[in-house]
Design a protein around this ligand. Structure first.
Ligand SMILES: Nc1ncnc2c1ncn2[C@@H]1O[C@H](COP(=O)(O)OP(=O)(O)OP(=O)(O)O)[C@@H](O)[C@H]1O
Length: 409
């Protein structure tokens, strides 16, 4: 665990970059520092590997003050990834990745095979091994940066806006890759970003900082979205906070019906019988191919008449068991009939749900969650479950962390 204990950084010109920050960063999880430009994120991160020394307070790593460790040994136990990767331009990719192992005295062959192994882990083709950084795309360079930071297998990774310089699609790929790597390796990651969506996607815990290095809230993302500590956090989270919060509610409990689903080879009699039952809810039927994969919505009356019925696209389906209520709601909102289509792993229609059914599921989920939220909010003052604000004690709720790991989609 990394304990940041009442740490401040004041620069000689009088700027307070970080103000009495207290945070407990749990092992084997991703803790994100997020906040607007200039709020002290980078300063905080660099104090952890002693690139910057605090003016006050102390930082403990596994209970020991980091000032008691030789600075080189400390830095070797902490991989460091920065924006634009910061690769050595005149070294090949394998040489870049093998930098720390070589410094640790590994021979060339061992460093090289470790570098190749890491290239695979971060999703880089080994054919790129002998290239130089300028011969790689920005996204590939960032992957090399992550591989280099992991090379000596440090328990801690410090990442300073590592994915900010790439386009949104590459960025999503890098984020997914980081989550996959973390699921395998279980590092203690401190990740700096100014992007709240990135923080919510990656963080087990999120520390929202405001200007002057003041801690506005420290909580799992799910709780940040449901109970922002103040107006600053609420503003920072953005206007669609409620919709984004739905990402944390699993859609698997949603009540689906398969009644308005019909195969394309159904007879007019079958269609008439079906529509007699479903007409009160919807004049449409979802037509599937003979394997059960959705094709689109048609009016039941047109299908029953045997004419070439117009087929409306169903928008996009959500995956049963994998997706959240946010995905289900999105599916319903995009559907021309207002009904969301759920599919199984094989892409077959598993059922459909009307917007009203989804709204009901959201109300139920909120009611269930508000019990948990009430408990946690009480815990802030009483049982130190969650830190909100500078006066907090920095204790982390591990069961909340575990809960949050689940259904973000
Ligand atoms: N060497 C320095 N001397 C004086 N002030 C500094 C110094 N380094 C940083 N600062 C100031 O400290 C504050 C925090 O800077 P820091 O780089 O930690 O912020 P940040 O949250 O990482 O910002 P960004 O998102 O823009 O990278 C800023 O006001 C910055 O101008």
């Amino acid at each position: 665990m990394i304990e940041i204990d009442a740490v401040s950084k004041r620069y000689p010109d009088g700027t307070t970059a970080v103000d009495r920050l207290t945070l407990e960063i749990p092992d084997r999880s991703i803790t994100v520092l997020v906040g607007p430009s200039g709020c002290g994120k980078t300063t905080t991160l660099r104090m952890i590997n002693r690139m910057i020394e605090p003016t006050d307070g102390r930082i403990l790593l596994d209970g020991q003050d980091i000032r008691e460790r030789p600075v080189n040994a400390l830095r070797r136990s902490m991989g460091y990834v920065i924006q634009h990767a910061g690769l050595f331009p005149h070294r090949t990719i394998v040489e870049n990745i093998g930098t720390v192992p070589r410094l640790l005295g590994w021979d060339r062959q061992r460093s090289r095979s470790r570098a190749l192994e890491l290239m695979e882990r971060v999703g880089l083709d080994q054919s790129l091994a002998k290239r130089y950084p300028y011969q790689l795309s920005g996204g590939q360079q960032q992957r090399v940066g992550v591989a280099r930071a992991l090379a000596a297998d440090p328990p801690v990774l410090l990442m300073d806006e590592p994915f900010s310089a790439v386009d949104p699609i590459v960025r999503k790929g890098l984020q997914d890759e980081l989550l996959r790597i973390q699921a395998d390796l279980g590092k203690t990651i401190v990740f700096v970003t100014h992007d709240i969506d990135e923080a919510i996607k990656l963080g087990d815990m999120v520390a929202v900082l405001r200007e002057g290095g003041y801690l506005a809230q420290y909580a799992p993302p799910n709780q940040l979205l449901s109970a922002p500590a103040d107006e600053f956090v609420e503003d920072f989270l953005g206007a669609d906070r409620g919709i984004r919060h739905l990402s944390f509610f699993d859609a698997s409990g949603l009540e689906l019906t398969s009644e308005p689903i019909v195969a394309e080879d159904a007879t007019p009699e079958q269609i008439r019988a079906l529509s007699a039952r479903t007409a009160p809810q919807t004049p449409y039927l979802l037509v599937t191919d003979t394997e059960g994969r959705p094709l689109g919505w048609s009016r039941a009356a047109d299908l029953a008449a045997g004419a070439d019925a117009e087929r409306l696209p169903y928008g996009h389906a959500f995956h049963l068991g994998r997706d959240s209520l946010r995905a289900a709601l999105d599916s319903a909102v995009l559907s021309p009939t207002g009904w969301a289509v759920a599919v199984d792993d094989e892409g077959r229609a598993a059922g459909v749900a009307a917007q009203e059914t989804i709204a009901e599921a959201i109300r139920t989920a909120h009611a269930a969650r508000s019990v948990v939220t009430d408990k946690v909010v009480t815990g802030q003052a009483g049982t130190e479950k969650v830190v909100t604000g500078q006066a907090g004690t920095g204790k982390v709720v591990t069961d909340e962390v575990a809960m949050d790991k689940g259904g973000r989609s």
